[in-house]
Design a protein around this ligand. Structure first.
Ligand SMILES: NC(=O)c1ccc[n+]([C@@H]2O[C@H](COP(=O)([O-])OP(=O)(O)OC[C@H]3O[C@@H](n4cnc5c(N)ncnc54)[C@H](O)[C@@H]3O)[C@@H](O)[C@H]2O)c1
Ligand SMILES: [Zn+2]
Length: 357
């Protein structure tokens, strides 16, 4: 029997089903008033196998990439959806990664003021992180995730077998977020992931199942009581301060979760320099988990320290001349400070450069 997780939400409660067989797709394929929206790459790989049971006539194959995560693509979808006989009773079933989730979740939350929505995540990032949390986001011109709604799917079905076909680069990006969530889950989860990390990289099914569940449990524990992201949930941005900066200075050449690994390394250096994190623990985390899974390997020199600090200055939550940063301490507790000096950030980046070379 699959293990399930019920998530309480101010919008509506929803369930995550951890599936151990593909039978659930057959059940989804016969749900009335359904429209199936499938990431084109996922369709190409699985149309003859796992997804062959979907009724073709009800299926929309959506080509996606980050540049198509916008209102124009949502409009394309509206154009197709309004032609269907189902209206407010429509059931949208999305199958794909985080981009497809964001586009179709936005469409599901707005068409007819919100229709039933089911999500089948197919990437490590979407299964272990983005599928819960209620956010749907679209990019607006150059601004990432500027437009969006809070709208959780009614049901989420996680089938880790989909992860076998992910590219190494996308998989390692998802793994960055998994590492972050295991650190945020405390010392035992951290040690557990150190033990399992080679098996994760080898994509052993049993282990994938376990780390996805563990990641979602941690995310849930930070979301509880703060669904709309006004307080504690914000700590989930650990690793994202320097991470977002690296993403933007690399013009998004570095995948998001990989940039988060870089961001965690930088944040931990600063936490150590501020006396929050012992040198031993900082080194253990870096050497056992972060550096071995940092596969991007550009030098910081090439990317520009000053540009990265300028990018951090654009953080909306920043006050005065200093920067914001989320750090961990020796007992795996997380805090956000707003008093990081740009010089402190620069010296951490210089140290990180030596560490990564
Ligand atoms: N809504 C949220 O709460 C939230 C949270 C985090 C991230 N996100 C968003 O998620 C997006 C990133 O999502 P992602 O990392 O899942 O990437 P993605 O959706 O871009 O998928 C990555 C690539 O893998 C392909 N793909 C998907 N599943 C596959 C599979 N099983 N086998 C082979 N290829 C497959 C896709 O077609 C795509 O080319 C970003 O746009 C980010 O902003 C949203
Ligand atoms: Zn992230």
């Amino acid at each position: 029997m699959p293990v399930n997780l019920t998530i309480h939400s101010n919008i509506h409660d929803y369930d995550v089903f951890f599936e151990d067989s593909p039978d659930f797709i057959q059940h989804l394929a016969i749900q009335p008033n359904s429209c199936y929206i499938v990431d084109e790459n996922v369709w190409t790989i699985y149309q003859e196998t796992l997804l062959s049971v979907l009724p073709k006539i009800e299926t929309i194959i959506l080509p996606i990439n980050e540049d198509r995560k916008n209102l124009a693509t949502v409009q394309e979808l509206y154009d197709q959806l309004v032609e269907r006989p189902a209206k407010r009773n429509m059931n949208i079933i999305s199958i794909g990664g985080g981009i497809l989730q964001d586009i179709t979740g936005f469409a599901a939350s707005t068409i007819y003021r919100g229709v039933n929505w089911i999500f089948v995540p197919t990437t490590l990032l979407a299964q272990a992180d983005s599928c819960i949390g209620s956010k749907t986001s679209l990019n607006y011109h150059k601004y990432k995730n500027l437009i969006g709604t809070f709208y959780p799917p009614a049901n989420i079905h996680i089938f880790t077998q989909f992860l076998q076909s992910q590219s190494d680069s996308d998989f390692s990006s998802g793994f960055g977020e998994v590492i972050k969530l295991h650190l945020m889950g405390g010392r035992d989860l951290f040690s557990n992931l150190v033990e399992l990390s080679q098996s994760v990289i080898n994509r052993e099914p049993r282990v994938l199942h376990k780390i996805v569940q563990q990641s979602l449990n941690v995310k849930l524990s930070y979301m509880s009581g703060d669904e709309f992201d006004t307080g504690r949930r914000n700590l989930l941005n650990y690793g994202h301060d320097f991470g977002h900066a690296l993403e933007s200075t690399s013009s998004f050449a570095i995948p998001h979760g990989q940039a988060v690994i870089f961001g965690m390394l930088a944040a931990n250096i600063i936490a150590r320099k501020r006396g929050l994190l012992s040198s031993d623990l900082e080194k253990t985390i870096a050497n056992k988990l972060l550096i071995p899974n940092w596969v991007s390997k550009p030098t910081i020199n090439a990317l520009g320290k000053n540009e990265m600090i300028d990018a951090m200055k654009k953080d909306k939550k920043r006050t005065g001349n200093n920067l914001a940063l989320i750090m961990m301490n020796d007992t795996f507790e997380f805090t956000r400070v707003n008093d990081l000096f740009p010089d402190e950030a620069a010296s951490a980046l210089a140290e990180l450069q030596i560490m990564l070379n």
